[in-house]
Design a protein around this ligand. Structure first.
Ligand code: PLP
Length: 387
């Protein structure tokens, strides 16, 4: 199998699994119990918090464990909005992940005003629109660090400075960016940040929300008082340890790994653009996640193409995995100006350090043949060819 869908999820690294195992069967004490044995679980949680905090220049008490990116995003928006009823406006963008968009829409039903900022043809948010949208009622600006579909990286420092100048907390969904790009939350003035372990070789169902200690947030889950009383429930110790292990390894190897992945990505893009006519790369050419290749093949239905890739044991995706069960075109591709037809001709490869040049060469052979066949059965393409 050739796995090129790492933006959807990554395999859990075997060192991560090894590290987790003992917290299932040997060090299994409830961290809230008061005897020495359970203290070992508590120490493991504290160490994990410290490891993760160090990777983004935060302090350990600013890291809250959650069940993943979706929960962190939901929490960030709801927590800020519920603090002050006079501040009932948030600003986000049209290309956010559904974890933000659906949460924002739900807040609208409760009377919150939401401004969705548009993006340019590369997927960069319109800064002028952002500045104009700010009012004295704005409680939060939430803009994703890097987009999961087209890989575009936002000018985070510029955005967070605008938030800072206006005294508004800034949240960023860094689910795709964390461990792919260096992030210093203090230097970048990031107030809140979401991340998810299964995107960086950690287990699924665990993530974290970073929240600057000067920002108050309301509790998410009530109960026994874990996570400083803000997110109660017995901690998932193996998953927390697994996430910290993955986070440490990925952050440590970031430069080597991203340089390798970028080279592969650029090689793949070059081959696609030179060897497959009527193809275009979506997203920003430079400010782009290392492993992202979002490409439109005109006159090709992406679902049919993905099925052929699947038969040939290649995993890729149309848009994000989370939204692929829906029939509608990608909201991100429409937002950057593609029409429905071109949006439905687009697929995303997200490559990783585990991919090789040989895999890309194999994939190119399959792609070229599949696209040739699919286009020959397309009326529109035949017409264009004859014309
Ligand atoms: N935000 C972004 C940008 C994502 O790409 C994803 C997952 O694809 C999520 C949030 C949701 O994360 P999780 O799968 O951990 O709930």
């Amino acid at each position: 199998m050739i796995y090129m869908d790492n933006a959807a999820t990554t395999p859990t690294a075997s060192v991560v699994v090894d590290e987790m195992l003992k917290y299932f069967t040997i060090i299994y004490g409830n961290p809230s119990s008061k005897y020495e044995f359970s203290n070992r679980s508590k120490i493991a949680i504290n160490n994990s918090r410290k490891i993760i905090a160090e990777t983004i220049n935060a302090s350990p008490d600013e890291i809250y464990f959650t069940s993943g990116g979706t929960e962190s995003d939901n929490w960030a928006l709801n927590a800020i909005l519920s603090l002050n009823p006079l501040k009932n406006h948030i600003i986000t963008s049209v290309i956010e992940h559904p974890a933000i968009l659906r949460t924002a829409e739900n807040l609208m039903k409760k009377g919150v005003n939401v401004t969705f900022i548009n993006v340019d043809e590369n997927g960069i948010i319109k800064i002028k629109e952002l500045k104009k949208a700010i009012t004295d009622k704005t409680a939060l600006i939430s803009i994703m660090y890097a987009n999961n579909e087209i890989g575009t990286i936002q000018p985070i420092e510029e955005i967070s400075n605008i938030a800072l100048e206006n005294g508004i907390p800034f949240h960023t969904d860094a689910v795709q960016a964390y461990t792919q790009l260096p992030i210093d939350v203090k230097a970048l003035n990031i107030g809140l940040m979401s991340a998810s372990a299964h995107k960086f070789y950690g287990p699924k169902g665990i993530g974290f929300l970073y929240c600057d200690k000067n920002i108050n947030i309301s509790p998410l889950i009530f109960g026994g008082g874990q996570e400083k009383g803000l997110r109660s429930g017995t901690e998932n110790v193996p998953a927390i340890v697994g996430m910290a292990t993955a986070s440490k390894i990925c952050s440590h190897n970031m430069l080597n790994s991203t340089n390798y992945v970028k080279r592969l990505r650029d090689y793949f893009i070059k081959r696609i653009l030179t060897e497959i006519p009527f193809s275009r790369i979506n997203g920003d050419k430079l400010n782009r996640l290392p492993g992202n290749i979002n490409v439109s093949f005109q006159f090709v239905n992406s679902k049919e193409l993905l099925a052929i890739l699947d038969i040939n044991n290649i995993c890729a995706s149309a848009g994000s995995a989370c939204s692929s069960s829906k029939k509608s075109s990608s909201h991100v591709l429409l937002a950057i100006g593609l029409d429905e037809e071109l949006a439905n001709s687009s697929i995303r490869f997200s490559i990783s350090k585990n991919n090789t040049k040989e895999e890309i060469d194999y994939c190119m052979n399959i792609l070229k043949r599949a696209i040739y066949d699919l286009r020959n059965s397309s009326m529109e393409y035949s017409y264009l060819k004859n014309f």
